[in-house]
Structures are given as structure tokens and as C-alpha cells.
Write a protein that binds this ligand. Structure first.
Ligand SMILES: Nc1ncnc2c1ncn2[C@@H]1O[C@H](COP(=O)(O)OP(=O)(O)OP(=O)(O)O)[C@@H](O)[C@H]1O
Ligand SMILES: *[C@@H]1O[C@H](CO)[C@@H](O)[C@H](O)[C@H]1NC(C)=O
Length: 311
């Protein structure tokens, strides 16, 4: 029998190519920047890394290119203790890449080429079927083809695997089956706005959109609110609950949402009897650690860095 995983993520891997420059170049212009670095990103991979660092036994289902970035990403998964049994390499496209320019005022301009991520489809999901249907929790986002995400969620759901769906990056017209296939539908304010057409500028607004999304058929909805924590809505009681977080000095919030979701996946898999509001409270505290240092995966805490009360 194949080994069972507690958290399986079906999603994206991206190599971040980051240049820091005084300003953005104009069309046709070449300018000098002052720093360059390569980082591991992609929402799917980020969420998997955070769950693994919390102590979950994880597998990533994804596609990378048969190129140096793909090879390096596979090594990154191994370094984080993530199974790469379902990480496939393709000749047909390059590993997903995000070319990012950050100017001196901290704004960024980004070109994403999803590449190999978009070639993850039905056949790959079939090959990963035993991992998906025997997991405790399956996590999906929207950086791969929406059809593949939906199919993975349905495959999990039909086999009583708990599902977390993060509709990011948001699309205005989301197939209604995504809501029905989500045990936890977890989005941020701008995604909630796009999906409902309602504006979200306060905790009260977040409670309102949370209920709106819940009515589309999810078992629970979590709307994350940056420094304000999150709002949790559950079909069992229908009363939205604001879960505030601690005040910290944010150095870089990139990936905070992914840290939150990775931590939530860990709690759902390892503490199935814990109330959702308590899981969200703890996931807030994990994500709060991640915003205090620069970087994406590099800022995600390991179990040993977190207070024992979180376990
Ligand atoms: N400034 C902050 N202080 C404390 N916690 C934070 C802060 N920013 C984010 N968080 C934590 O991270 C979670 C997710 O943040 P947010 O709602 O900004 O997600 P996001 O927009 O998807 O993140 P990202 O910046 O990666 O796009 C929040 O629910 C909160 O727990
Ligand atoms: C929500 O997440 C998206 C990425 O999916 C990001 O571009 C956007 O800035 C986030 N919104 C907020 C309010 O943090």
C-alpha cells in the first residue's frame, strides 16, 4: 500500500526572479538595479511548505519544466520534507516563473508565466489519485487550470477528504461547483469583492461577504483581513465571527495568506475535532510570524520556532 499523507496540495510552483531597482524601466529602456535574488514561490507550493514546516506529512501534486528551475524546485520540496512522488517534469513548457521588479518606494511590477503549471491535468491527477483520496486534507488554488483544481476538489470530496479551496488569483465568474466542493473556502478581501461584487473595507463587510459566499454552498468560509486577522462563517451556525490577531511590526506581508492556509491545513488534518474558530486563531498567529521577516517561503516558521501552545 502506498503511504498516506495528512496534507496534499494540488497547485502551482513558480520561481520568483526578483530585481530591485530605483524605478521601473520605460519601454525599450535598460536600467541598472542594485540587487537580484531567486526565490521559491507559487501559492500551491507555498501553502504546502507551511503545512510541512508545521509538521504535516505532505505531498505536492504539480508540474514543473525539465529545466534548472524545475530541478531546483524539486530539491526545495525535498529540503522541506515534502514528497515529490507526484511532482512531474515536462519538456513541453518551462517551470512557472514570476519576473518581479521592486522599485525604491516598494511598489512592484510582475509578469507571471504559468508555463508547466497549466499542463497539470486529468492524467496527472489520476496518477496521484491514491494520495488525494487517502489524504486528511486536500488544498487547491487557482494558479493551475481551474478544471484541474475543481476535479481534484471533487475527487477528494467524494472520498470524504476535507477540502480547502483558496480562489486565488480571483476570477469574476467562478464555477458554482467550487463552492459546493469546499469544506473551507478561504479568500482575502479583494478576492471576496471580485466574487460577490460587494466592497469589503471593514470587519462588518467581511462578515457580510462571508455569509454571501457561504450561501453559495460551502461548509465554511474564512475571509482573511491582513492585520485585522480574519472572519469565520460556518453553515452550522451562520453567525460570522471576527477572529482578531496580535499586533506585530510587518516587514513583508508577501505570502501571509499562504502561510495562513498552510497552517490551517495542518490544523484540520491533525486536530480534526478542534473548532474552526480556534484553528483560525492559531493560523492567524502562524501567519503573524511570517510577516515579521522578509521573503515568502523564507519567512514561514518551522514548528520549533512557534510557541508550544499552538500545538
Ligand atoms: N500586518 C499583519 N499583522 C499581523 N498579521 C497579519 C498581517 N498581515 C497579514 N497577517 C496574517 O496573515 C493572514 C493573511 O493575510 P492577508 O489577508 O493579507 O492575505 P493575503 O492578502 O492573501 O496575503 P498576501 O500578502 O500574501 O497577498 C491574515 O489573516 C493574518 O492572520
Ligand atoms: C489578495 O490576494 C491577491 C493574490 O491572490 C493579491 O494580489 C491581493 O493584493 C490581495 N488583497 C489584499 C487586500 O491583500
Amino acid at each position: 500500500m502506498a503511504e498516506d499523507f495528512s496534507v496534499v496540495v494540488v497547485g502551482s510552483c513558480m520561481t520568483d526572479l526578483v530585481s530591485q531597482a530605483p524605478r521601473f524601466p520605460k519601454a525599450g529602456e535598460t536600467i541598472h538595479g542594485h540587487r537580484f535574488f531567486i526565490g521559491f514561490g507559487g501559492k500551491g507550493a507555498n501553502q504546502c511548505v507551511q503545512a510541512a514546516r508545521m509538521g504535516a506529512k505532505t505531498a505536492m501534486v504539480c508540474k514543473v519544466g525539465r529545466d534548472v528551475f524545475g530541478n531546483d524546485y524539486i530539491q526545495n520540496f525535498k529540503n522541506n520534507g515534502i514528497s515529490t512522488a507526484y511532482v512531474e517534469q515536462t519538456e513541453k513548457a518551462a517551470t512557472g516563473a514570476a519576473s518581479i521588479i521592486v522599485n525604491d518606494t516598494g511598489e512592484n511590477a510582475i509578469v507571471i508565466v504559468a508555463g508547466a503549471n497549466l499542463l497539470l491535468g486529468q492524467e496527472e491527477l489520476q496518477r496521484a489519485q491514491s494520495a488525494i483520496i487517502n489524504a486528511k486534507v486536500l488544498v487547491c488554488q487557482l494558479e493551475i487550470s481551474p478544471d484541474a483544481s475543481l476535479q481534484a476538489l471533487k475527487m477528494a470530496r467524494e472520498n470524504h477528504v476535507k477540502t480547502i479551496f483558496n480562489p486565488a488569483p480571483a476570477i469574476a465568474y467562478l464555477d458554482s461547483d467550487f463552492y459546493k466542493a469546499s469544506d473551507v473556502f478561504c479568500c482575502n478581501e479583494s478576492e471576496a469583492e471580485m466574487l460577490t461584487g460587494l466592497s469589503v473595507t471593514s470587519v462588518e463587510d467581511a462578515c457580510q461577504v462571508g455569509l454571501e459566499l457561504l450561501n453559495k454552498g460551502c461548509a465554511s468560509v474564512i475571509v482573511t483581513l491582513g492585520s485585522q486577522g480574519c472572519v469565520v462563517c460556518q453553515s452550522t451556525n451562520k453567525t460570522p465571527k471576527h477572529i482578531p490577531t496580535i499586533e506585530v511590526t510587518a516587514a513583508d506581508t508577501t505570502g501571509a495568506g499562504d502561510s495562513f492556509i498552510g497552517a490551517l491545513a495542518f490544523y484540520m488534518a491533525h486536530y480534526p475535532a478542534m473548532p474552526m474558530e480556534e484553528m483560525a486563531r492559531r493560523a492567524n498567529l502562524v501567519a503573524a510570524v511570517s510577516v515579521q521577516t522578509v521573503g515568502t517561503q523564507t519567512s514561514f516558521p518551522f514548528r520549533k520556532d512557534l510557541p508550544t501552545e499552538l500545538f
